[in-house]
Design a protein around this ligand. Structure first.
Ligand SMILES: *Cc1c(COP(=O)(O)O)cnc(C)c1O
Length: 353
């Protein structure tokens, strides 16, 4: 059995004799069926693609493993990226794995603590800039023109090649493409990758159909919906707090060629979906990931008939990235008691009451 996305999907990826087949066990993530939400929105065939199950807790690993392998193949001396957190965690991990120094630029005070902790744990060099993600990305783009470092943001097209393997897995599992693919959109690399993946798989005879691509941005960071860049993007969903998506055209193509849509969801809708997933489905994701689920709920509320539709919502990252946020919005509290049996039992009965 193949191990990791490079080996599993080698024939669809730009890998050759000289590409090191590195892996941290990324890919092959669960596609689980919804119980609760499926019922609520009348969509019996609703699935969640759990990308938080990747080694560093987000889908970024699929693209990073290939970007780092290609950097090694090219004899690179180090990798660098701008990040809202997950790209840096992934770059740091794969850099550590192969001994390539990783440098990351992040917006100061604006990334989830778990992501910062991961990045530090893997020994990356972190520069927290006084500016947002868009600024950080423009800086690393210029820096890599001047320094011998490999840029591993999704402007590195190799990243997008790796990320398309998630679409392959969905088709492998369902034996065809779904009718709708709901996905959060930030820098728009992932929606671009999925669309490429579905098309390549269909061309290879692995599926009969293509999905409609349904992208969802946060309302305060929705440049693709508004049709122009947003100077100061604002949303609780930090992983999609991006005002000027690098893969703008890719997202528009995915939308138009698939007969899909890119819409926005409010922070309130995102947090409602986040809570529903964790308390009603047993799925702990980060807020940005919940945008895909907020999106399908919105489509249902707008009257879309989902009865005979097969729908996949991409759950892009793990809730453990930001545990403080979780307890601040869903806290059921922690009751302190003595270790006395009577007292513990009394407290227990109080819960039940
Ligand atoms: C990066 C990321 C996104 C956004 O993906 P893009 O390719 O930038 O559109 C969404 N959710 C999570 C958890 C992410 O890490």
């Amino acid at each position: 059995m193949a191990w990791g996305v490079l080996e599993s999907y080698r024939e669809f990826l730009p890998v050759g004799e000289d590409t090191p087949m590195i892996t941290l066990g990324e890919g092959n993530t669960p596609l689980v069926r919804s119980y609760r939400l499926a019922e609520e929105i009348g969509c019996p065939e609703l699935y969640f693609k759990l990308e938080g199950c990747n080694p560093t807790g987000s889908f970024k690993d699929r693209g990073m493993v290939l970007a780092v392998a290609k950097a090694m193949e090219a004899g690179s001396r180090g990798i660098i990226c701008a990040s809202t957190g997950n790209t840096s965690a992934s770059a740091a991990a794969y850099g550590a794995r192969v001994g390539l120094p990783a440098t990351v630029l992040v917006p100061q005070g604006d990334i989830a603590f778990g992501k910062l902790a991961q990045t530090q744990a893997h020994g990356a060099r972190i520069l927290a800039i006084d500016g947002n993600f868009d600024k950080a990305l423009s800086l690393v783009r210029t820096i890599t023109e001047r320094q011998p470092l490999t840029l591993v943001n999704s402007v590195n097209r190799v990243r997008l090649e790796g990320q398309k393997t998630a679409a392959f897995e969905i088709v492998d599992r369902l034996q065809d493409a779904p009718d709708l693919l709901c996905i959060p959109v930030g820098n728009a690399g992932n929606i671009t990758s999925y669309w490429k993946g579905f098309n390549e798989y269909k061309a290879a005879g692995k599926s009969q159909s293509l999905p409609r691509m349904m992208g969802f941005q946060a309302q305060g960071a929705a440049p693709l919906v508004e049709g122009r860049p947003v100077a100061s993007p604002e949303t609780v969903a930090s992983a999609i707090r991006i005002g000027s998506p690098a893969s703008w055209q890719g997202a528009i193509n995915a939308r138009d060629e698939s007969g899909g849509a890119i819409d926005s969801v409010t922070d309130e809708e995102i947090m409602d979906a986040y809570r529903l997933l964790s308390t009603g489905e047993g799925i702990f994701c980060e807020p940005a990931s919940a945008a895909s689920v907020a999106g399908i709920i919105k489509l249902h509320q707008q009257g879309m008939d989902l009865r005979n539709r097969r729908v996949v919502c991409v759950i892009t990252g793990s809730g453990l990235k930001d545990p403080e946020l979780a307890v601040s919005v869903i806290s059921t509290g922690v009751k302190e008691v003595s270790s006395d049996l009577e007292e513990v039992e009394a407290a227990l009965l109080e819960f039940a009451a």
